[in-house]
Design a protein around this ligand. Structure first.
Ligand SMILES: [Fe+2]
Ligand SMILES: [Fe+2]
Length: 244
C-alpha cells in the first residue's frame, strides 16, 4: 500500500494510504488517512477488513500503535469501518467516533463497546488536545448520517464519498491533474450513490464557506487549489439520485 504525506507542519500532519497494487480487483479501492497532532494519531475511515493487513503494515512504518489515539468513522459503510473490531483487537483503548444514528448498526462490526456518538449537528473531534478538527454534517449527500472532517489548521477537508472517483488500476496519481478528464471517473458514482439534490446543494453551500486547500475523498484522487472550486461547481450542477 502506497504511503503519501499530503500535509505537514510543526504540530499537524496528514498521511494518505491507498493504491495498493496487491489489492484484489473486486474490492473497491479506498483512501485511508492518518492525522497526527503533536505525534498522536487518529485514523480517518480506517477501511474494510479486506485491506486491514496491508494497511496495518503500511501504518506501522509511520506511527507506533502506542501513539494511535482514535478512529473517526464518517458513516456506516463496510469500506469505511468494517475493520473496526480488528483495530480494537490490537488496541482496545482506541476511542472511536461514529455518527449517532449509525451507532447500533456499526456495533454489528463487532467493536464490543459503544462509540463516541457524533450528533446530527456535528462536533469538534479532539485529537491530543486539539480543537480545530470539525465533523461537518453531510447527511443524505450519500449516507443518511454522515460527516466530512474539516481541519482548520491544515485547510484540508476530508469529504468522504463526495468527490469520490473510481479510477482504473493504471491511474496512480494522488492529485487530480486534469479536472475535465477526471469527471468520467466521478460522474456515475455521484449520480447513483448520492440520493438527494437538495441535501447535495445544501452541502455544497456549507462547504463553500470553508477555507480549503485540499479536498480529500475516500476514493480516488485528491483535489487541490482551484480544483476544489471546480469540483463544487460541477457537483452543484449535477443531477443526482439517478438509477438508470
Ligand atoms: Fe459510502
Ligand atoms: Fe466509500
Amino acid at each position: 500500500m502506497k504511503t503519501t504525506t499530503i500535509y505537514k507542519d510543526d504540530v499537524r500532519s496528514w498521511v494518505m494510504f491507498g493504491r495498493d497494487p496487491n489489492k484484489a480487483n473486486n474490492v473497491i479501492d479506498t483512501n485511508q488517512y492518518l492525522i497526527t497532532h503533536r505525534d498522536r494519531g487518529m485514523l480517518v475511515d480506517p477501511g474494510g477488513s479486506e485491506i486491514f493487513p496491508s494497511y496495518l503494515t503500511a501504518l506501522s512504518n509511520t506511527i507506533s500503535m502506542e501513539d494511535l489515539e482514535s478512529i473517526f468513522a464518517s458513516h456506516q459503510d463496510p469500506d469505511i469501518v468494517s475493520s473496526l473490531a480488528l483495530w480494537l483487537g490490537i488496541k482496545p483503548e482506541l476511542e472511536f467516533f461514529a455518527p449517532s444514528i449509525w451507532e447500533g448498526f456499526i456495533a454489528h462490526f463487532g467493536a464490543g463497546r459503544a462509540a463516541i456518538p457524533i450528533p446530527d449537528e456535528g462536533m469538534i473531534i479532539p485529537l491530543n488536545g486539539s480543537s480545530d478538527l470539525f465533523a461537518v454534517p453531510s447527511h443524505y449527500v450519500h449516507s443518511s448520517g454522515q460527516y466530512g472532517l474539516y481541519d482548520e489548521r491544515a485547510k484540508i477537508f476530508f469529504s468522504g464519498d463526495s468527490g469520490a472517483a473510481l479510477l482504473p488500476p493504471s491511474h496512480g496519481d494522488i492529485f487530480v491533474s486534469n479536472f475535465d478528464e477526471h469527471i468520467q471517473y466521478m460522474e456515475g458514482f455521484h449520480k447513483r450513490w448520492m440520493p438527494s439534490n437538495r441535501a447535495k446543494n445544501n452541502w455544497v453551500k456549507r462547504v463553500r464557506e470553508l477555507d480549503i486547500d485540499i479536498m480529500a475523498p475516500q476514493h480516488g484522487a485528491l483535489f487541490r487549489g482551484d480544483d476544489v472550486q471546480r469540483f463544487l461547481d460541477w457537483f452543484e450542477a449535477l443531477e443526482v439520485g439517478i438509477a438508470a
